[in-house]
Design a protein around this ligand. Sequence first.
Ligand SMILES: C[S@@+](CC[C@H](N)C(=O)[O-])C[C@H]1O[C@@H](n2cnc3c(N)ncnc32)[C@H](O)[C@@H]1O
Length: 270
Amino acid sequence: MEETTNSTGIFAEMEELAAAIERDPAGMAGSWARWRGGCFDEVRVDYGSGMGDYIVALAAGNPETLFVGVERELFCIVKAARKAIDAGLANVVFVPSENRTLAGLFAPCELSRIYINFPTPYPHARDADKRLTHLDNLLECRGLLAQGGQLFLKTDSVALFDFARAQLDLAGYRIGWQTSDLRVERPEDPQTGYERRTIARGAKILALEAEPTGLSGTPEQTAALSLFDYLPEDLESLDYVPLDMERSVRSAIDAKRRVEEGRRRREGGR
Ligand SMILES: C[S@@+](CC[C@H](N)C(=O)[O-])C[C@H]1O[C@@H](n2cnc3c(N)ncnc32)[C@H](O)[C@@H]1O
């Protein structure tokens, strides 16, 4: 996503949109249900909320629930907060997350639901721990979910979905529901901004709901960490390349071609 406002402008805009932006989220840990004098039945988080379309749509239909969008990009926070204010909603707030985790922003068991919609894939193994669906992050989310709380994931990437299922299993979650075509199974689920772009390119949306179960000890990472390990060997056979993985799939295909051309040249020169 491209930044459209310079940083001075962004801070001025954030001041202007203070009604839907919390600048001291750590100070709210444990008391989000009473945010700005409200009395909410539950608190749900959209982790990596982007332009905010998803929780703004959900908040409109669930006034008794507080929706918190956690996002690291300030230009997204500004756009999302403006949507919430324009919609006249008092139950949605956006939080800039400088340290990239939910740790410290929420108290243990404070959340009834965590949505992770179209998380950034970081396809290479060296960046796997930056994925919101990485084991370490899922373990952290566990601690924040209330009894019966759930984690909800949507993606256009089969590779990321399969990686996430392996990580959820290690982190002691039970997958209660999953689909390989969310739009058919739950057409009422609001589309995120990113989701609309992937659907326009022909994506089928994969989704799941998972709930923490008993977990003894600290699980060890045993899954393959590169998303390429979850893709077919012949990348050119893919019918659909996930939007955020286009560049890395293209360079993997080019690299393989270069290796093959080099091999053919060497063999031809013999
Ligand atoms: C592909 S976009 C999806 C945005 C939105 N969920 C949607 O579906 O339209 C991924 C978003 O996650 C944000 N993000 C990635 N890692 C994050 C982190 N550790 N903490 C907060 N936001 C993060 C990115 O800045 C980006 O806005």
